[in-house]
Each structure stands twice: as structure tokens, then as C-alpha cells.
Design a protein around this ligand. Sequence first.
Ligand code: FAD
Length: 538
Amino acid sequence: MVYKQTSQMFNESEQLLLESFVTNCNSDVFCLYNLPEVVKGALFSRYSRSDKSLRRILLDEFINAPEAGLVDPENRASDRLVAIQKATGFYDRVLIGYGDDSVAELGGAHIACENISNIAAKALEDSRLGISPLEKSTRYVPFNSQVNGHYRYCREPSIMGSSYGKLYEKTLDNLFDTYTQLIDPLLVWVRNCIPRDSDTSERGYNSATRAKALDLLRGLLPMATLTNVGLFGNGRAFEYLLVKLNAAPHRELRSLSQSMQWELDQVIPSFVKRAKTERGAKYAQYLSANHQNTELLTQKLLGNRQAASSTTVQLVQYDPQAEMKVVAAILYPHSNLTFEQVRAYVRDLGTSERVDIINTYAGERESRFHRPGRAFEEVYYTFDILADIGAYRDLQRHRVLTQERQRFSISHGYIIPPELIDADLVKPYKEVLDIAAETTELIAKDLPDASEYVVPFAYLVRWRVKLNLREVYHLVELRSTRQGHPSYRAIAQQMYQQIQIHHPTLVDSMKFVDLNDYALERLSSEQRIDFKLRQQNQ
Ligand SMILES: Cc1cc2nc3c(=O)[nH]c(=O)nc-3n(C[C@H](O)[C@H](O)[C@H](O)COP(=O)(O)OP(=O)(O)OC[C@H]3O[C@@H](n4cnc5c(N)ncnc54)[C@H](O)[C@@H]3O)c2cc1C
């Protein structure tokens, strides 16, 4: 595509200065690079209050301002980035003068958090707006490696400093030993049950069967299991995340907040500094006090009652007027009437007219990536889900919805994958899970928050999910795909089936929900990889 020439002209020396920071000097569309994140934020912040172009502001107010420290006058412009700390005072003044909270969204950082527990990983991934996480997979990576003869799990300090320290280590070592011992026999069993066919390469087959064995055994991993999480996020989201971690009951999370603050201070100091000021501390106290008080109140009000249902997926709330509301939202942007008028019009429509409108709007979907638009955000569904922590770990990562869980505990029991029964490997699996329950209960008497570290992924957790119809399409179609883990595939399938009972026309366009069961989930993905590898080698 050819963009029109920009009216902004730069002389030769200006171009020389600019070219290390912008992708071009002659088009109206360009990217910034090679600049500290705080500078980019400050620059955009000035942009909104100036008639100048961004490159002109960069030149006049940043590159040519020695105080900004962008260009070292002794060196060529290419060696010009000086320490961010030196320039921070300058950018902070620019931000105070021209910025508001949203300026901190204009710069971001990649941060890696390694060797953190799954309690910490879930806390990081609980962020929604502005953060994109990636986590080491229990499907592709066996979690039984050791460092200096020790399995890699969090030695939770308050437990290790208590009389439960030895029991904690013994229980977790037991879980990891069993996980390790079961991998090979289970792999043999999987390969015997599903022999390789001529369509599948040895590479693809080995990969799919290994993934299956690791999927089946992940229930043995305790929440203390160490993992790695990489996050890309904007400054504002990180600031909130740091405050939330500081308010957490777990010591590991508060300490993680300090480490993250230290590292983020080196790349986006201005954007995250309020997390460590009195304002940040007060915010953390507010969150933590409210959490504790509400927990106490709930205990007082509901503490003695037992859960009345063990249903996996329960549709608790839906809108009886959903169809009318969605149809009105579909027509509204294309009319010039008030929303109330459109709704009144839709109320009088017959079923077939409404169906026509919904089908026209959803159109011919050729893949799950063809998502219906925002009219589907007009209605919400609330689900109560009781499923293994493994499934929760996967589904928690969705962001365009509200999810809140109860405590990780052993009180709802655990799942036993039927394959383990068929493979005659269920005895050791159950034994260590039962022992883990005893240890969890014992520790929970004195250290309820820390006891969550013992709970293995096979145990059930209850959580609430409230999501709009548009996210239902995304989540259900993605999470029911063949390559998904059977635990969350079943949840996605049930969500679909329960909505379908009440609103068949609204989910009629959900063409890519997969309701089948598969013996080897990864197989078709591996076959696709084989195909691509063959094409590359041709
Ligand atoms: C088979 C399978 C294997 C997986 N394996 C791994 C793994 O090994 N490691 C791992 O870490 N994760 C893994 N995931 C999880 C995956 O990476 C996502 O985190 C998860 O599916 C939720 O994110 P989402 O973007 O799809 O959906 P949601 O968060 O529900 O968002 C819905 C949609 O909104 C948009 N959206 C939401 N947030 C943003 C944003 N910040 N920026 C831009 N667009 C946004 C996107 O279009 C997105 O698809 C796996 C998922 C599947 C299905």
C-alpha cells in the first residue's frame, strides 16, 4: 500500500537524528522504536495537547532536550539511549503536566516470572485488561525435573517454618514420585491402545501420545508446582497487578510483587511507581481488609452449610428476554431510532422474523474466527462450575468475562481419569491424592491460606463464570476443539448444551462447537504439523 507523502518535512540533520527512533521520516504512518517505554508514553501524552506532529515533538522536546538524555552529544545518534533512570525525572514532569492515568497504557513491558508456584501463576493470570500471559504447559513439559535432588515445588515459607515442614515435603515428594513413576507405564498403555496409523509420522505420534499421558497425570501436581509465566502488559495494568499482589494473603505473592516492582522500575518506572507509594499501600490495605472482612462475614453467615449440588456445570442465570434484546441490538446501529423504539419494534416481531435477523447478522461463518459482532454482548449467562483445578487453570485464562473462584481445597474430592482405571494405574494415583488431602486438612487448621499449596490439580474447585453471548461463542468453540483437554472440553460442551435448551436460535450459528469425544486429542494437530513439515521440505 502506498501512503500519501507527509506534509511534514525534516532537514538532513533532523532526519539523521530521527531515523534511529522512527521507521520512516516521509510517510504519515510510522512506528516508534528504540525508545524507552516511558518516553513513548510521555511522547504520546504530549501529542494530545499539541498541534505538532509526533516526530516534531520527538525532535523539539525530547531529542533536542539534553535533559531527556535521549541523545548523547558526544556520540553518533545510533549510540544514544542513555540510562532510563537519568531521564525519569524529565518524563515524570511531562507526564504530570500533560498526562492522566491512561498515559501509563502507552508503554509496556515484557516480564518473565520464573520458578513461581501455581498459586502465583494464577494470581498473575487473573489480570484481564492490558495483560497477555503465557505459561509453561503441563501438557508438553513433564514437571518432574529436579534441582540438586529436589523436585521443583515451592517450599512455602510459613509451612516450612512450622511443625508441618517435614510432612509437607514428604507429601509433595510423594506426589512428584508417583507422577514420575506413572509416566512410562501410562505411555506404554496409551500407545498399545492407540497404535500409530500410516497417516501419522513417528514424531507426531510420539508427541500426541506423550501429551496424552502428561494430560492424564497432571492431576497429581500440587499447586506448589513451580512454573514459568511470561507477561506482556501495559504500565497501568502492571501497576494494578502490583497492588493486588501486595494485598494477597500469600507471602509468595507479596514477595513476587516486590521483585516485579524492582524489575519494572528499570523499564517503565514512571508508570508503576504509584504501586510503591503511600497511595499504592493504602489501596492494597483497602483490598486486603475488605477481602478479610468479607471472608469473616461469609464464614459467620454461611460457614456451617454444605454445598447442595455436585453438578459440574450449572446455568444459574440467563435472560428470558435475551432473543429480543439481541435482535434489537442488531438492528439499532443501522437505524436512526432510539434503542427503546427499536426494542418496542422487535417485541412485536414473530419468531421467524427474529431468526432471520439473527441469521443475517451471524452470516456464513467459515471458521470459529468469524465471530458475530457486539449485539451478542447484549445478553449474559451465569454458570456455577465445579471441576478439577486442572480445568480451572485452563479456563481461568479467558479475560473477556467475570470469573471468581472459591478456595483451592480438598473438600469436593478429586477426578480420576477413566484411562487410569483402564490402565490399572489408579491405585497409586488415589493413594497419593488421599494422603495429600490429609496433609492439606492438617495444615489448613493453622495455616489455611498456605494449605492451598498442597492441593493437587485433580481436586475440584468451584467457580462462577459470567459471560456474554459473544464470549460464549469464543470460549465454547475454542475450548471444545479436538486438541483441547477432555476436562475443559466437557465444560465447554455443557455450557453450549445448557444455553441451547433456553436460547436455541442464539446458538444456532455456533457451528464450530465440537461435541465429539476423542481418544487422542492432539493427534489431528500433530498430523497437521506433519503436513506443514512435509510442505516445507518439498
Ligand atoms: C489447545 C490449547 C492449548 C493452550 N496451551 C497453552 C499453553 O501451553 N500455554 C499458555 O500459556 N496458554 C495456552 N493456551 C491458552 C491460550 O493461550 C489463551 O490464554 C486462552 O485461550 C485465553 O485467551 P483468548 O485470548 O483465547 O480468550 P479471551 O481472553 O477469552 O479473549 C477473547 C478474545 O478477545 C480478544 N482479546 C482478549 N484479550 C486481548 C488482549 N489483551 N489483546 C488482544 N486481544 C484480546 C481476542 O480476540 C481473544 O481471542 C492454550 C489454549 C488452547 C485452546
